[in-house]
Design a protein around this ligand. Sequence first.
Ligand code: NAD
Length: 333
Amino acid sequence: MAHAVTLIPGDGIGPEIVAAARRVVDASGAEIEWRTVEAGEAVMESEGTPLPERVLDSIRETGVALKGPITTPVGSGFRSVNVALRKQLDLYVNLRPALSIPGVRSRYEDIDLVVVRENTEDLYAGVEHMVGEDAAESIKIITRKASERVVRFACEYARREGRRKVTAVHKANILKYSDGLFLETARQVAAEYDDVEFEDRIVDNMCMQLVQKPELYDVLVLPNLYGDIVSDLCAGLVGGLGVAPGANIGDQMAVFEPVHGSAPKYAGQDKADPTATILSATLMLRHLGEGEAADRVTAAVRQVIGAGEHVTYDLGGDAGTAEMADAIIAAMQ
Ligand code: NAD
């Protein structure tokens, strides 16, 4: 039976790369019934909100979405649709695998890391205010519940995917209460998984170690802010944003999307690299139990990038988005 999936094209380069990913998934052997819904700038004027309730309802119904990037106006205008989606659907894990792809220019080879970032609290809870005119406070919120479920996800993921180790990342030496609670909770949860090795690192040391000895690490689990920063560091280790996939996962639903944004300067030019969105779609296929289709797509992406002929500008080629997708589809056949 076909899997129903909500498809959100997004804006900027979103519609082009999502169309490319959709064609690749359709050629992978998995049967998907796509339900397209618009969000972001495109519906802001007509519906008065960038995130209409029908978008959320569609994801609640299907449980799974593939999403293009959505522009967030700077300073004024609407708040981030991306953050609102994660909050409203309680997608508490941001999963970002960083895997080297031969042919992608990078300073490193053989990187294989998975970042599990807490997605709902920490300094992103949005509790901020001015104190008088010359000071501001942003409150960092860490709870046992959110720490527990994200660390449990990391341990379950490690077990399921046959990974060897989970490293909890924190600054508990300085932030004794908030990060102290995260670390204490992480240790308690990890103790239930005697088949998964567990350790912890202080975040500044972690950054240096990832640059110097990335091969020592495997699955990293972090509170929201460190997770945001360290996951971009890891994307940099494998060649940058154009090839970095991501997923936002909760107990009931999951939204798969590239790590990068809507790159408005390339919108409508058939120039953007579809790889990150296609690899996000492979995470989605695995989530749907379509592991073989995911493997076929991943192998084809690696083959096309390795050959270097039909790749986009950021990968050193001059192919367009659609041409690269065509090459990936041809490689699968
Ligand atoms: P961005 O990721 O859109 O682009 C930064 C640069 O990276 C681009 O100028 C381009 O050179 C390169 N790039 C990104 N994706 C690429 C691709 N697929 N192929 C080739 N090159 C690519 O970051 P930004 O410029 O900071 O953000 C633009 C908009 O996207 C903002 O409104 C931001 O809020 C939004 N955004 C959305 C999401 C999301 O939807 N989840 C995530 C990040 C940023």
